[in-house]
Design a protein around this ligand. Structure first.
Ligand code: PGA
Length: 241
């Protein structure tokens, strides 16, 4: 894994936006895997600015998001659909028909998950997959465990994740207990994985990530098996390396 340590969150975001913009300029019909959470917000902000200032063109880009709570209404402010509209899609020219996010309102999640993987496979997988990491080492909502899912599926969130994400909800009870998450095949099938990590709270998991071992108890360590991963960290996240 290639490691880039930046001084600040802003520098990390600028570096990530530069890589994504470059991907889109080099291959205008790129398939981008996108992530939610606090970490990529600065990156999306810079991509929106790049679109506004330089006309960076997303008109042929297709996107696949990693996950969505289940169940959740699309217009719930905590849904990842809402997050993406707010932070990126309403600011750039990606055609809505090119956007793929698991549907938190679907009545048949199993079918939704298999259709999601079919769509991803039909698109040829992602050219670039943006990723964050949970304090517990999850990627997407692939939570620590003995067995990890290969396919997109409905998953139970761990208490760690519910507690970590409760900061976005009024109260912890409001956090959905399940989510639809891309599986490892979808993530590992990407041509280039871009993992962003920021803040002191992630320093322990970052140490594990670069420990030279893989374990399903820290799903992100499996990224060590992928041939083309770029990890961009800020100094706080890299504090224990
Ligand atoms: P965060 O979430 O960017 O809000 O820290 C990352 C994740 O849980 O994958």
């Amino acid at each position: 894994m290639k490691k880039i340590i930046c001084k600040t969150y802003e520098e990390m975001s600028a570096e990530a936006a530069f890589i994504i913009a470059n991907q889109v300029r080099t291959k205008p019909d790129s398939v981008l895997g996108l992530a939610t959470g606090s970490t990529p917000i600065g990156t999306y902000k810079r991509l929106a600015e790049e679109h506004k200032k330089t006309g960076l063109d997303f008109s042929q880009v297709k996107t696949f998001n990693l996950d969505e709570y289940y169940p959740i209404k699309r217009d719930n402010r905590q849904s990842y659909r809402y997050f993406m509209d707010e932070n990126l899609f309403s600011h750039v020219n990606i055609p809505p028909s090119n956007v793929n996010i698991p549907d938190g309102e679907c009545s048949a999640p199993e079918k939704e998950c298999s259709d999601y993987d079919s769509g991803l496979n039909k698109a040829g997988g992602t050219d670039l997959q943006l990723l964050g990491i949970g304090n517990n080492g999850h990627i997407a909502f692939i939570e620590p465990g003995e067995n990890l899912p290969l396919a997109t599926g409905l998953v139970e969130l761990t208490q760690d994740t519910i507690t970590a994400n409760s900061r976005f909800f009024e109260k912890e009870e409001d956090v959905p207990k399940k989510a639809i998450s891309m599986g490892l095949s979808g993530i590992m099938g990407s041509k280039h994985i871009l993992l962003l990590i920021s803040g002191k709270a992630k320093a322990t998991v970052v140490k594990e990530l670069f420990s030279g071992k893989v374990t399903t108890q820290i799903p992100a360590t499996l990224l060590n098996l992928h041939p083309n991963v770029t990890v961009i960290l800020d100094e706080e996240a890299a504090g224990l390396l």
